[in-house]
Structure formats: structure tokens, C-alpha cells
Design a protein around this ligand. Sequence first.
Ligand SMILES: Cc1cc2nc3c(=O)[nH]c(=O)nc-3n(C[C@H](O)[C@H](O)[C@H](O)COP(=O)(O)OP(=O)(O)OC[C@H]3O[C@@H](n4cnc5c(N)ncnc54)[C@H](O)[C@@H]3O)c2cc1C
Length: 460
Amino acid sequence: MSDPSEAMMNNHSFWQYKYGDYAPNPPLPPGDYDTDVLVIGAGFTGLTCAREIRKDDPSRRVMVLDANDIGFGASGRNGGFNMTLFGVEPEITVMRWGREKTAEAQAYMQQAVKYVKDLIESEGLDSDYEHTGMLRVAYTERQARRLKKTYKLLTEITRPDSFKYLDGEQTQKLLSCPHIKGAIYEPETGILDPCKHVRSLKMLAEREGAEIYENTKVVSVVREDGSAVVQTGTATIRAKKLVMATNAWTHNLKSSPKVSNIQAPVWTYQIVTDPLTPEQWQGVNWQERMSIEDNRQFVHYMRITKCGRITMGGGCIGIEYNDQKMDLWKNEKTWQDLERHLKWMFPALKDVKVHYKWGGCVSVNVDMTPEIGFIGDNNIIYAAGCIGHGVSLTQLNGRLIADLVLEKDTRLSRFWIVNRTALPMPPGNLLRYTGAKLIEGVLKAVDFYEEGRLKSRYEG
Ligand SMILES: Cc1cc2nc3c(=O)[nH]c(=O)nc-3n(C[C@H](O)[C@H](O)[C@H](O)COP(=O)(O)OP(=O)(O)OC[C@H]3O[C@@H](n4cnc5c(N)ncnc54)[C@H](O)[C@@H]3O)c2cc1C
């Protein structure tokens, strides 16, 4: 691998850096174009959607534009958890949408995880996939009490044996982390290398005949005579159907007031260690290789990589108030907190070095629930609000959006997040700042209440 500091300075994720040389497709040449479908954004959502449309109807011209190299967006820089968490928490989804819709959402997420796993297996994709299950852990009795309630709810609304509750002693057998008081274990989940995976999706979409242009930024979208007219600065594309798969950048598309206010970018940060020595692996005893999240409000997520390292993300977030800039990808303090937290969790790692650090942004909406919506008629479709739980979700969403584009009435296209009631972000930076600080304060207070002095052990 090349010099990591140079890759970090260029705002590349560890996965992009580890991928090595990558030759992006050329940008869209200047000119005027007509297409049946235009997809803006070549992450998991956009590429899956493009592939599925072409598979179902090879007669439709499908063009895909991305402002960057494929892998630059969240899809190439996430934790790689192929997981079933929908929205922020099942309890919150129940509160806002009721039990029935929460159960439907959990079933959708279980289908989404399977969709990703089956695709990787059937196509033999080089995504470093491991179906190792996931632990959600509590560090204190208070967190464990809340975790048990979550477990009870999840077992009531999902198919049998989806989850298991483990007490502290049972969890210690799976992991040498002395602080764990209890955990939910979810076997049917996995981990992947997100950059390898998103570039494999590019290969699949191209194989089906989608035309993909990288480093081609869309600067405006307008509706004209039932079509979408999209400008890149040097090209104009007239599309019968438009899919905006731009995730946390969606507000910058200048498409419509509705979509400009539908979501906001929030940054999350990650670190990855040097490869562990055999003694360190023995010390952490992480033999089952399952992914781990904790039960904090400012959640930490951690996992093993195929190249023998541990990556951890989460903790404090970055909220962008001047969100046109999209440049909060560095956060030295959060990176240091993550390193401290990793060493606190696993005393055997006290001497491990951090090899690489990065950040990425997720799309957050007011009710923290994923959404697929339309602008005007059904010819312009957008997806937003996948928060930090979009690896599986956005890929099944891509299939769902393909159904909407092809005007198919299917179980997926009837999923209740489609065309649901959505609340706009508060107008103006001052209101947004106040609202975000209020929510941040409440979440910090919950962590403080549940963790007490524990927190000061690893946060500076
Ligand atoms: C650090 C981090 C860790 C995460 N960890 C997990 C995890 O472990 N599990 C999980 O389930 N989820 C996780 N997520 C969330 C998950 O990565 C995302 O929900 C998912 O990848 C979103 O996919 P997408 O295709 O919708 O968007 P993206 O992958 O963000 O793609 C959007 C694309 O749109 C392009 N674009 C933007 N504006 C324009 C424009 N004007 N013109 C053209 N193109 C444009 C961008 O370049 C980008 O490639 C994490 C996210 C981050 C940032």
C-alpha cells in the first residue's frame, strides 16, 4: 500500500486507500443527451437501481453520473456492517410509526441483509464478505436494562431466533472485554469491504449495460414538460425518469425546495489499527469475528478487517451548519477518543497503533426514518435519511426504486417509506443549530445518566 498520510490528506477512506490504484470511468463528454433513466449518485443506491432496471428491461437507456470516483461517497467509506437496524432505534420507530410498521421495517431489513449476501454469493463478488453475526453490547447495568427492553421488542416483532440475549459472563466467553454487562447477538448479519463492494456493483451495473460516468457533477435539476432536465456544467441531459441517489449531498442538488430541506449531512469518524500481533489477537479473544456496536446514544461500532486489523467508528459526530461546504471529514479529537475507547475496551490492545483515520457523512432527516419520495409526479424519485444504517438498506432500496421507475406494483414498491409523510428540516442555520444542539444535548445526557463516571475514563 502507498503512503497513508497522503491518502488521508486527500480525504480517502481506509478502504479506498487499501483498494490501491483505481481507474475511474471518464466524465460525461460535453453535449446534449436523451435518456430513459438518469441516476445521479453511484453509491449502493444508484448502482443497484441502475443494474436492476437494466436487468428487468434492457431496452431502457440508463445513465449514471457521479461527482467523484466511485467509492468516495458513504458507500466506499463505511463500517461495512451488513445489518438490520432500521432508522435510529426500534423503540423510536414504534413511537413515531407504530408496531406494525416497525415490524414491517425489520422484515425489510432482514430481507435487505439477505439480498446483499445472496448477491455476493451468487455473483462471486470480491467484497471480503463474512457472515459473522453482530453483538450489541452494554457497558453498564443501566445500558443493559435498556438493551433487554430492546431485545424483548425485537423478539416480539421479528421471526423466531433472529436475536439472542447474552449476559455479561456469556459475552466474556466471546470477547475479552471486561466491561461488557450484556449483549444482544444477531447471527444473520455480516461485514464487508465497502469500497471493494461498491466497485463490484459498478462492474455488475456495467455488465447489464448501464452507462456510468465518474467525476461528473450535476449542478442543477429542473422539471420541464414531464421530463427532468439535468445540467452538469458542460452537458445537458433530458431524462424521462430521474433517480436522485445523492444521499447526504441531496440538499446541494438545487432541484426543488422540498428536497433541499429533506435531510442534512452529519459526519461520523473512523480509525483503523495496525495489523494485530498473534499475542494481541489472543488477548482480545475475538475468534468469532462478529461485528460489534455498543448501546450508547453516540454509538461506537467496531469490527475486524480481512487484513487483520480492527476498525472502530462513532462516538462524537460532526454537524455541518454551513452544509454547502461538506468538509468536516477531519476530527482529531474524535479520532483520539476512538483510540482511547478501543484501548479501554480491550486492555490487550494498549500498545496498538492507529494506522489510518477518516470521516464520512450520512443523510439525517428530522424523524430519523429512511424515506423514498417523489418530486411532482412519479418521474423524479429521491432517497434520503438512511442515517448510519444504510449498507443493506440502500441496496434493497435500489431494487425498490427500480420497481418505481418501471412502474411495477410490488411488495417492495408498497413499503411504507415510499411517499410517506416527511417533516422538513427547520429553515435557516440558527434554527437548525439550536435544534441539533438540543438533540445532541439530550443524547449526551442519556449517555451520561447510563454511564456516569465510566465516560471520563476514555473521553478527554
Ligand atoms: C463513516 C461511515 C460509516 C458507516 N457505517 C455503516 C455501517 O457499518 N453499516 C451501515 O448499514 N451503514 C453505514 N453507514 C451508512 C452507509 O454507508 C450509507 O447509508 C450508504 O452507503 C449510502 O449509500 P448511497 O448510495 O445512498 O449514498 P452514497 O454512497 O453517499 O452515494 C452518493 C453519491 O452521490 C454522489 N453525488 C453527490 N452529489 C452529486 C452531484 N451533485 N452530482 C453527481 N453525483 C453526486 C457522491 O459522490 C456519492 O458517490 C456509514 C456511513 C459512514 C459515512
